[in-house]
Design a protein around this ligand. Structure first.
Ligand code: TXA
Ligand code: MG
Length: 318
């Protein structure tokens, strides 16, 4: 497996690979990304090939700083400035009018580009040394669970990736929040930045896209982020009969219950952030056991809990 720790030498090699049109997996503070030079259509095409991702699904472009941002957007809408100030670098993705420099394959022909400025030091060093914006979706096969560790990338994509830069487990463990700004602030995907924190700056954010302006966003497909084992979301663990527990795995929020073949707890203290950080990782582990089903305990739909329940609902749809 082409996994290498994020040493100076590896980061230099990764940057050189990117400049040469290769595809490199790297850590961000949310999940691992599969990156290529966003301004090189041929390099970006390899991302779609490796992920088996349909080309109608546009990619997120990662930038180092505002100078790099200005290369990929045509203009910065007024309401973007305060969000950028508050949340960048960090796990908020903004959908902005794209510049001519961004090839259509990146945006699936949309006039907008999804951009974020990552906070992870490895991602930032790579951006700085490569000197180009990085188009990077999550580094997993299309529709599968997002990777929160280098080994998850290797398991999902294997030898197809030129290099996997290992920066350890990711901090948030859940993808960025995606916000459309025009014609009005609209949540396209709940994520690591709580929607309430955004609304404190922008005022009310629409939760549903008007059909007329609906962009294609497969992260919004009913079935997505799915492990191989069937998932069931359970609101009351006590209500699951013993016969349904044996042979199945449990992913509990604060405490396990007896009778399951295997179990994991997301956050003993009931902290939703901690639960989000462990969600995909725990699902990867329980999925590897190949049991009949994974029961996942529902969490409260506030703050980051909204993003957790969004992923669980999609992962459980079959
Ligand atoms: O945390 C993250 O956002 C991670 C890390 C690697 O940055 N990336 C990530 O990328 O989750 P991906 O490709 O798995 O999800 C990007 C989502 C897709 O659902 C895509 O449809 C949507 O962003 N998207 C991209 N460009 C868009 C655009 N111009 N308009 C609307 N949605 C867009
Ligand atoms: Mg993804």
């Amino acid at each position: 497996m082409p996994i290498e720790p994020a040493s100076e030498a590896t980061l230099n090699r990764a940057a050189a690979l990117i400049r040469g049109g290769a595809v490199v997996a790297f850590p961000t503070e949310t999940v691992y990304g599969l990156g290529a030079n966003a301004l090189d259509a041929t390099a970006v095409a390899r991302i779609f090939e490796i992920k088996a991702r349909p080309t109608f699904d546009p990619l997120i472009v990662h930038v180092l700083d505002e100078a790099m941002l200005e290369r990929v957007v045509e203009r910065i809408p007024a309401r973007a400035h305060r969000l950028i100030e508050a949340f960048w670098p960090g796990p908020l993705t903004l959908v902005l009018p794209k510049s001519a420099a961004v090839p259509d394959i990146v945006t699936s022909g949309l006039p907008t580009v999804a951009v974020r400025m990552p906070a992870h030091p490895v991602a930032r060093t790579l951006l700085e040394r490569a000197g180009v914006p990085l188009a990077a979706p999550s580094a997993n096969r299309f529709g599968a669970l997002s990777p929160t560790r280098a080994e998850h990338v290797a398991r999902s994509l294997g030898e197809a990736v030129d290099l996997i830069v290992d920066g350890g487990p990711t901090e948030h463990g859940l993808e960025s929040t995606i916000l459309l700004l025009e014609p009005r602030p609209t949540l396209l995907r709940p994520g690591a930045v709580a929607i309430e924190a955004i609304e404190a700056i922008t005022g009310p954010v629409a939760r549903e896209v008007d059909d007329a302006t609906r962009p294609l966003a497969p992260g919004r497909l009913p079935q997505h982020y799915a492990p191989l084992t069937p998932i069931r979301v359970v609101r009351d663990l006590a209500s699951v009969p013993p016969a349904e527990r044996s042979g199945a795995a449990l992913l509990a929020f604060t405490a396990t219950v007896p009778g399951y073949a295997a179990s994991r707890v997301l956050s003993p203290s009931g902290d939703l952030r901690e639960a989000a950080a462990h969600l995909f990782e725990s699902l990867h582990e329980l999925d590897a056991l190949a049991l009949a089903r994974i029961d996942v305990e529902a969490v409260a739909e506030t703050g980051i809990g909204i993003a957790i329940m969004d992923r669980l609902t999609r992962a459980s749809a079959r």
